[in-house]
Design a protein. Structure first.
Length: 590
């Protein structure tokens, strides 16, 4: 039977009322919120939002790091008949203004004074805005309300008024917006329904055997669908406990305190853990490293054997006792039964590194438009394979189109893009199939493997979606630039390849005070590089932090049709460029 978020949450709050729902640190100490109090705080906040002018169908924009107030604000918006829309903390004022304006936000919730300053500057550009709520601290501005003022404001709205808003909602109504970058300059608002969320979360719970004893740590951006499903929505159906990491920098420390039973990471998180472990291993004495190398060899063989349901190699148990168990304990993974990598492709090297340590990373493939997971791999024989994304979520269907594109159908497929019927029609065909934009294949065990990307959207190692055309258009505003290709897919940061405009080169060389006389010399000239860096820095100030170009390479020649970098209509051939200039690209990531 279809359910709304409110119905699912109330059932759990009634069932587990005195169990711990949320844990967060204050003054160095972990504090707790029970399911009963969590539910009560959501209702109080919903009434306060209504008192501040939140109307049905309007939005609540949330800008902040992972914390109880983020969860409560999101759910309170839904309870009040509005749609929450998260904003990445790395977004600049332009992106904040666009999302709040496009979603018709009546309420904006921010975490701190810096984020408040952004919205105080742009509030005149938000005609629907009624109030700003500040999670931490206070502000004299009449439009700004401190978090601790909300219970008093809630008194202006009766419980019955809130109940009327709750009962007016249906399972197929849109209840949240996930803003995700497309290939145009503005992000699209993915409309997710109550049924999309409650149904998808239930499938995940059944697959992973999630229950009220599980412990989750919330640390990935809550604007992303993956983190919302894992730490916000699944828990209020399963009744488990969510701990909030103090910050990404303190994640390692917090993991040893929380000791989660399930852990989800984007590739960049796994890569950072891998790098730290390898650096620490380099400091070990020779004998210890020799034992570790022996154990990892057993671990890798054992991991691959397990995938096929075959016996693990002799002495695998000893390797586990001597090495793997100690690694798990040191990382805070001693009671963790599932390790998931999601949101972006992950390298085989990283997958095999953890597999060799008895920590099989299983992949989940999906997207915002299918409410997160499309496939789920499990660390059980025949249910995961290194480098494959696993089988489809039960109750859904995945198929490969004639051109190789991955198509999906099921109750997890989104309602459409907010205020963008044209994009919706491109994404969901008349047969109800969601077109992923990814190219893949399905084997005889119904495992999906993503082999390429039909669309050109870049997904960084941190899981951020970045449309290259938008960045390239801005970078081409640098007068001397003829063509630019931004790089960042599966990478920790963004870089760029530049070619120079021969018609502007002489003048720009003079402006730079460079002795170079042609493109080849300009590409190597320190003075000209410094000049380009200055121009690049100016462009970077207009971009979100995850979009900024950290390194660049000036190529000594132009792109051309003859050189196969351009099509006859002068469009970039990205795959050929990535292959042809692979050496230059790799040098920017050394």
């Amino acid at each position: 039977m279809k359910k709304t978020i409110m119905e699912a949450f109330k059932e759990t709050a009634d069932k587990f009322e005195d169990r711990v729902a949320l844990k967060f640190k204050t003054g160095g100490q972990w504090k707790e919120t029970t399911w009963k109090d969590y539910y009560k705080q959501v209702r109080v906040t919903a009434r306060a939002f209504m008192a501040l002018g939140l109307k049905k169908g309007k939005a609540v924009s949330i800008l902040g790091n992972n914390c109880p107030q983020w969860f409560i604000s999101d759910l309170a918006g839904v309870f009040a008949g509005a749609v929450p829309g998260g904003i990445y903390t790395t977004n600049g004022p332009d992106q904040c203004q666009y999302i709040a304006s496009h979603s018709e936000a009546n309420i904006v919730v921010v975490e701190n004074s810096d984020q408040l300053a952004i919205f105080k500057k742009i509030k005149d550009q938000l005609p629907e805005l009624k109030a700003i709520v500040l999670m931490n601290g206070s502000d004299p501005d009449d439009m700004v309300h401190a978090w601790n003022e909300l219970p008093k404001l809630a008194e202006k709205i009766s419980e019955q008024e809130l109940e009327d808003r709750i009962k007016a909602q249906k399972p197929d109504d849109c209840c949240t917006l996930i803003y995700t970058s497309g290939t145009t300059c503005n992000p699209k608002g993915v409309m997710i329904t109550h049924d999309n969320i409650t149904w998808t979360a239930k499938q995940v719970i059944n697959l992973i055997k999630w229950n009220q004893t599980d412990q989750i740590i919330s640390y990935l951006p809550l604007s992303h669908i993956a983190e919302q499903v894992v730490s916000l929505h699944v828990p209020y159906l399963a009744g488990c406990t969510v701990w909030f990491a103090e910050s990404l920098d303190k994640l390692g420390e917090n993991l040893t305190e929380v000791r989660p039973t399930l852990f989800v990471g984007v590739p960049r998180v796994w890569e950072k853990i891998q790098s730290k472990m390898m650096a620490a291993g380099a400091q070990n004495p020779p004998l210890k490293n020799k034992i570790a190398a022996w154990a990892r060899k057993k671990g890798l063989a054992g991991g691959y054997a397990e995938q096929e349901g075959k016996p693990k190699p002799f002495f695998y148990g000893l390797a586990n006792k001597l090495v793997f168990s100690k690694v798990r304990e040191k990382l805070g993974f001693d009671r963790c039964r599932i390790f998931i990598s999601t949101a972006a492709p992950i390298s085989t090297d990283t997958l095999e590194f953890f597999l060799s340590l008895g920590l099989p990373l299983t992949e989940v493939y999906g997207m915002s438009e299918c409410t997160g997971p499309g496939t789920v791999s499990l660390p059980e024989p025949f249910k995961y394979r290194t480098g494959w994304a696993g089988p489809a979520v039960p109750g859904t269907t995945i198929k490969i189109a004639e051109d190789g594109e991955v198509l999906m159908k099921g109750r997890h497929v989104f309602k459409g893009y907010f205020k963008n019927d044209a994009a919706t029609a491109e994404s969901i065909d008349k047969g109800g199939w969601l077109h992923s934009g990814d190219v893949g294949k399905i084997d005889d065990k119904n495992f999906l493997k993503i082999t390429d990307r039909k669309k050109e959207l870049i997904i960084t190692a941190g899981g951020e979606n970045i449309p290259p055309q938008v960045l390239e258009a801005k970078l081409k505003s640098i007068p001397v630039v003829a063509n630019v290709v931004v790089i960042g897919d599966r990478r920790p940061y963004m870089t760029a390849l530049f070619t120079l405009n021969p018609e502007r080169l002489d003048q720009e060389l003079k402006n730079a005070g460079s002795p170079a006389r042609n493109m080849a010399e300009a590409a190597k000239c320190p003075k000209f590089r410094a000049y380009m860096q200055q121009k690049l820095d100016e462009v970077n100030t207009t971009l979100a932090r995850v979009q900024t170009i950290k390194k660049f390479t000036i190529l000594p020649i132009e792109f051309s049709v003859e050189g196969e970098e351009l099509t006859p209509t002068m469009k970039l051939k990205r795959r050929i460029i990535n292959t042809k200039y692979a050496k230059e690209i790799e040098e920017m990531y050394v």
